[in-house]
Write a protein that binds this ligand. Structure first.
Ligand SMILES: Cc1cc2nc3c(=O)[nH]c(=O)nc-3n(C[C@H](O)[C@H](O)[C@H](O)COP(=O)(O)OP(=O)(O)OC[C@H]3O[C@@H](n4cnc5c(N)ncnc54)[C@H](O)[C@@H]3O)c2cc1C
Length: 228
């Protein structure tokens, strides 16, 4: 089936996130060397108390040391176009120049269309015709880099995306907001859940911005929080 399901996996993270952030925090205010602070780090509860205070006070350089990488597949080009707007992230994405689509290529059907059988059928027909025309262009000798001009926003893509913890919190604040489109909201939610499996203490930070602010700063609010 050309219609595919999103997949998100955390593939790389530092060995000891809490101790690293703790050492960064304490280095600013201690006569000890970072190495000594790291080796003598206290229990998790004490580290978390300091880290929580430091993050809440906006001392964000301390969480920029934590680099995370995700393997993401079966997301639409529309979604990846939104994701790559985040300038503190690094991306390596499947190329539409070097990888030709074959036959009925994979695509993402937005939930609003998927839940309407009549529109879904028309959508699938459209994608099939689209695939035929793409193939016609390629068979006529047009390079993939030009034939892709006819590929829709729904075309499935895959990428490795990396970012530091500061940027992940920012990404969550913006893209978990109900004003963000459902697909990128789902993607960022999955990224956060992957991290939370191993670092549950981050739950209070990986939230939509209204939870951090205590109010909604959007023009059109979902009503979850009072407006500014
Ligand atoms: C609900 C929603 C709707 C959107 N709609 C549109 C739209 O209609 N059209 C559109 O074009 N975009 C739209 N965007 C994208 C949006 O404008 C931002 O480009 C995107 O969210 C990245 O946010 P950012 O710049 O805060 O984050 P990042 O690029 O991840 O940067 C993080 C932070 O770093 C700082 N920073 C980064 N680069 C600079 C810089 N050059 N100068 C100063 N500070 C910097 C800022 O503090 C920034 O918040 C939308 C985003 C959302 C969440």
């Amino acid at each position: 089936m050309p219609q595919v399901e999103m997949s998100v996996k955390l593939i790389s993270k530092p060995q000891n996130i809490l101790k690293t952030i703790y050492s960064a925090c304490r280095t600013c205010y201690s006569a000890l060397t970072p190495d000594e602070i790291y080796s003598e780090a206290p229990d998790e509860e004490k580290m978390l108390k300091l880290i929580s205070r430091v993050i809440s006070s906006g001392h964000y350089s301390t969480i920029e040391h934590i680099q995370l990488s995700f393997a993401i597949s079966n997301v639409s080009r529309a979604c990846t176009h939104q994701l790559v707007r985040h300038r503190h992230m690094s991306f390596s994405q499947k190329s539409q120049r070097y990888v030709k689509e074959k036959g009925d290529f994979d695509y993402i059907v937005p939930k609003s269309i998927n839940s309407n059988p009549e529109l879904k059928e028309k959508f699938e027909e459209f994608m099939h015709k689209n695939a035929l025309f793409y193939e016609e262009l390629v068979n006529a000798g047009i390079k993939a880099e030009d034939a892709r001009a006819v590929l829709p926003n729904a075309t499935a893509s895959s990428l490795v995306a990396s970012l530091n913890l500061r940027e992940l919190i920012h990404l969550a604040n913006l893209r978990l907001c109900t004003r963000a489109q459902l697909e990128i909201r789902t993607l960022v939610d999955k990224m956060c859940k992957e991290v939370l499996k191993e670092e549950p203490w981050l739950a209070e930070h990986l939230v939509p911005k209204c939870e951090r602010l205590g109010y909604c700063d959007e023009d059109k609010s979902c009503g979850r929080m009072p407006q500014k």
